[in-house]
Write a protein that binds this ligand. Structure first.
Ligand code: COA
Length: 171
């Protein structure tokens, strides 16, 4: 669904605290206890894969951020968190943010996107359950999902997911 009145833009420093507040609202302030946050600590997000969605009054309606990480020795995009304000959910805003990020990632040369989430939601974007990709505990393995941005690019990729320790380039 397209929502012409919503404007997508790359997140800037001026958006940061507003985006944090939206994440706290949607996930609760305890969100940093989630295992996926262990992969984000002290690692910079991928700047061109962090986007905001604002309504015509410039109110923040949705946000998405992505981080680099490794699966084994392979660099991948860790998508999320994605959050949409409770009053704007069901309008397709998360869908637009996710499509935008996957398009930009593909153009930038990334081959694989990883996330922890609900397959019934993310399957509509082409995500499938990954077997053999191990997130830091505690993570339900059924929620470890991947999207190939190049032909069958997750084939043969397995192992523990670990933090990006320095600048990693798209692959
Ligand atoms: C999940 C979330 C980002 C979706 O945002 P959104 O803008 O409402 O999503 P969209 O409008 O693109 O899609 C809405 C559709 O997804 C469905 N959906 C939403 N969350 C779902 C889930 N967890 N499982 C299955 N379907 C889901 C809705 O029922 C709706 O279905 P419909 O299209 O048949 O009506 C939003 O609900 C949110 O911020 N939730 C709290 C934070 C969160 O859980 N983030 C995701 C972490 S994995």
């Amino acid at each position: 669904m397209q929502i012409p009145s919503i404007t997508l833009a790359i997140e800037t420093g001026a958006d940061y605290w507003e985006a944090e507040a939206l994440y706290d609202l949607c996930f609760s302030p305890g969100r940093s206890a989630l295992s996926s946050y262990r992969l984000r600590e002290d690692v910079s997000p991928i700047a061109d894969l962090c986007w905001t969605a604002r309504d015509p009054d410039a109110v923040l309606a949705g946000v998405i951020r992505c981080w680099p990480c490794y699966v084994g020795e392979t660099p991948v995009v860790l998508l999320g968190p994605v959050a949409v304000h409770p009053t704007r959910q069901g309008e397709g805003i998360a869908g637009r943010l996710i499509y935008r990020v996957t398009q930009v990632a593909r153009k930038a040369g990334w081959s694989r996107i990883l996330l922890v989430g609900d397959l019934p939601y993310y399957s509509r974007f082409g995500f499938q359950q990954l077997t053999g990709v191990i997130m830091p505990p505690p993570t339900n393995p059924e929620r470890v999902l991947g999207l190939s941005l190049a032909s069958d690019s997750w084939a043969g990729i397995h192992g523990p997911v670990r933090k990006a320790d320095d600048c990693i380039l798209p692959r």
